[in-house]
Design a protein around this ligand. Structure first.
Ligand code: PLP
Length: 255
């Protein structure tokens, strides 16, 4: 029997349905994959902002991960909002045991509306323990600056690659550039800049869509650069078709 590739997403739950685990599952399923999902945090938010969140116990997450890993052939993992430094430590312990599965990390430090979902301890633990295990990290420019303490995308990337993370895709949505430029920096020194049109307005869940789609394409045996290009096309399309089911940010339509 033909099997869909299974991708495990480990992320926060956004009750609006625009971002987080629901965005990942929609993305992966619409592309033809099967999504297993582990929720790291429950959040209270509307389409404008995030107001509070409660992380899930790290022990439950470890148990869920082991059950899924024993049962499914997981072809790629995607992480999003994590919740606290204990969960970061647990994920690092688990990922060290599965070095052959590609891991795409979207280092969510703040929600779309700006509310922080990370503190200093979280950031320090993430950089020391989890980031080195990423096949690809997909910070936006703001997250890249917080994680690296550097300013330019190039300096940020060099600092983050030095942590052991293999590839960094710094997304340019938040920059004051005419087009959106996403910059890929690789451990072998190669880089690739991909430009796409800047759409008006702000979107809830665009970063989740991009990282989720990359994880699907990696699970489907595409090279990293192909996976990124295909995922960018998919994400841009979901943003062009976006709608406003709530009163705040627009939501990507993923199909
Ligand atoms: N994960 C969760 C649970 C969120 O609530 C958000 C944003 O609010 C994100 C991730 C990041 O969303 P975006 O893709 O807009 O950066």
């Amino acid at each position: 029997m033909k099997k869909r590739p299974t991708i495990l997403t480990i992320a926060g739950h956004d009750p609006t349905g625009g971002a987080g685990i629901q965005a990942d599952v929609e993305t992966i399923n619409s592309l033809g994959g099967h999504a297993c999902s582990i929720i790291t945090s429950l959040t209270a938010q509307d389409s404008r902002n995030l107001y509070s969140f409660e992380p899930v116990s790290a022990d439950l997450i470890r148990r869920q991960f082991k059950l899924l890993h024993n049962d499914f052939e997981i072809r790629a993992i995607k992480t999003g909002m994590i919740g606290n430094h204990k969960i970061v430590e647990t994920l690092a312990e688990l990922f060290r045991q599965i070095p052959d599965i590609p891991v795409v990390m979207d280092p969510v430090l703040a929600a779309g509306g700006g509310s922080s979902v990370s503190d200093n301890k979280f950031v320090a633990t993430f950089i020391q323990q989890l980031l080195p295990l990423a096949t690809l990290a997909t910070p936006n420019t703001q997250e890249a600056r917080i994680l690296s303490g550097q300013k330019t995308p190039e300096d940020c990337a060099h600092k983050l690659l030095a942590s052991g993370c293999k590839n960094i895709l710094i997304t340019g949505t938040h920059e004051d550039e005419d087009d959106v430029v996403n910059r890929l920096y690789q451990e072998d020194g190669k880089s690739l800049f991909i430009e796409s049109q800047r759409l008006p307005g702000t979107y809830h869940g665009s970063g989740c869509t991009l990282a989720g789609a990359i994880s699907f394409y990696l699970a489907s045996d595409h090279s990293l650069t192909n996976a990124i290009k295909l995922a960018q096309d998919y994400t841009l399309n979901s943003l062009i078709n976006a709608d406003n089911p709530g009163q705040g940010q627009a939501f990507p339509v993923r199909r």
